[in-house]
Ligand binder design. Structure first.
Ligand SMILES: *Cc1c(COP(=O)(O)O)cnc(C)c1O
Length: 355
């Protein structure tokens, strides 16, 4: 029996998302997945014999208070990644509709669309990594396939920049009545004043993605949030699994979002920003570095004159970073997550020795 032939055509052709974990690597300094370098410990306070609520009320209330939205505007999911997929499942007809996103950017928008047989339309960002609005508008006006969801990442992974707020408003206006605009705010906790959450009441087709994986140091927990009009949330609830959030996840996420947990989150952000500033300064003095791009997230995008050599040398010294050099416009670039100060120093020590 040929199991390959039994599978869907589209699945046979798929290459799974190459996450930092799947690419792997060897070393003791892990700066390849934009994780927070330190961990809190949490104790389980809930029994496990019962099924969880689909949307754990305490967790919803805690995040709603943190983000300044109503619980009806909120969905909890298995990381922000699950939400990227739920939006496609709820809004895109396979073989008929499309999603649109703007490379260089986060890889999961394309992977999730492909998994469901939904066309991927891409509009490259401009030279300064802003939205190419005329090209996006042209793509939104095409009818076959029809763009139903536009994903933009703010701040953008891996380029590190914020998108112009006026451009985002223009995008929302041009997508009105046509498509959802999903603003991925996975890193907004590092620059909270730039959030677009307060626009939710003005734009019913605005969707905002959040996660506890980055600033809250809980990548292993798998907990993310979607903020949107209550009707969009109700549509997503039709396609989500019956028990997507395990009891321990809800328990720990609620702890992280209340009292001391929130204070710790704030300290994490301050530490990252402090180390980012230090690393940016130190890298700009290394002769192998061509350019350090400014970043609003917990990483730096760095262009090197000989990226293959730098990547290899870092690897040999046990430092794992993310190669971005194959993304459009990012030749020569590596993405380096902000680790502890000691980890940042290790990076600089190695790079200083490279001509
Ligand atoms: C890390 C990341 C996510 C995924 O977050 P999870 O909650 O861990 O699934 C989504 N979007 C962007 C831009 C990210 O970098």
């Amino acid at each position: 029996m040929n199991l390959q032939e039994l599978a869907r055509d589209g699945v046979r052709a798929l290459t799974p998302y190459l996450s930092a974990r799947r690419i792997g690597g060897q070393g003791d300094v892990w700066l390849n997945a934009n994780e927070f370098p330190g961990a809190e410990s949490y104790a389980l306070t809930q029994p496990l014999n019962r099924y969880p609520e689909c949307q754990p009320p305490m967790l919803l209330a805690a995040y709603a208070a943190y983000a300044g939205v109503r619980t009806e505007q909120l969905l909890v999911s298995r990381g922000a990644d699950e939400s990227i997929e739920l939006l496609i499942r709820a809004f895109c007809e396979p073989g008929k509709d499309a999603v649109l996103y703007c490379p260089p950017t986060y890889g999961m928008y394309g992977v999730s669309a492909e998994t469901f047989g939904v066309t991927r339309k891409t509009v490259l960002s401009t030279k300064d990594w802003q939205l190419d609005l005329p090209a996006i508008e042209a793509a939104l006006n095409e009818t076959t396939p029809k763009v139903k969801v536009v994903y933009v990442c703010h701040p953008n992974n891996p380029t590190g920049n914020l998108l112009d707020h006026e451009d985002l408003r223009r995008l929302l206006r041009m997508a009105e009545g046509k498509a959802l605009v999903v603003i991925d705010e996975a890193y907004i906790d590092f620059c909270p004043e730039m959030s677009t959450a307060s626009w939710l009441s003005s734009f019913p087709h605005l969707v905002i993605l959040r996660t506890l994986s980055k600033a809250f140091a809980l990548a292993g927990l798998r907990c993310g949030f979607t903020m949107a009009h209550p009707e969009v949330i109700q549509l997503l609830l039709k396609v989500i699994a019956p028990y997507p959030i395990p009891v321990p996840v809800a328990d720990i996420a609620t702890q992280a979002l209340t009292g001391n947990g929130l204070q710790q989150g704030k300290r994490n952000v301050a530490d990252v920003i402090d180390n980012r500033r230090w690393l940016q300064q130190a890298l700009s003095q290394c002769s192998c570095v061509d350019r350090v791009f400014p970043s609003e997230g917990n990483w730096l995008l760095v262009r090197f004159s000989d990226v293959a050599h730098v990547f290899r040398t870092l690897g040999e010294q046990g430092i794992v970073v993310r190669d971005q050099s194959k993304q459009p416009g990012l030749a020569g670039c590596l993405r380096i997550t902000i680790g502890t100060r000691e980890e940042c120093e290790r990076v600089v020590q190695v790079l200083k020795e490279i001509r």
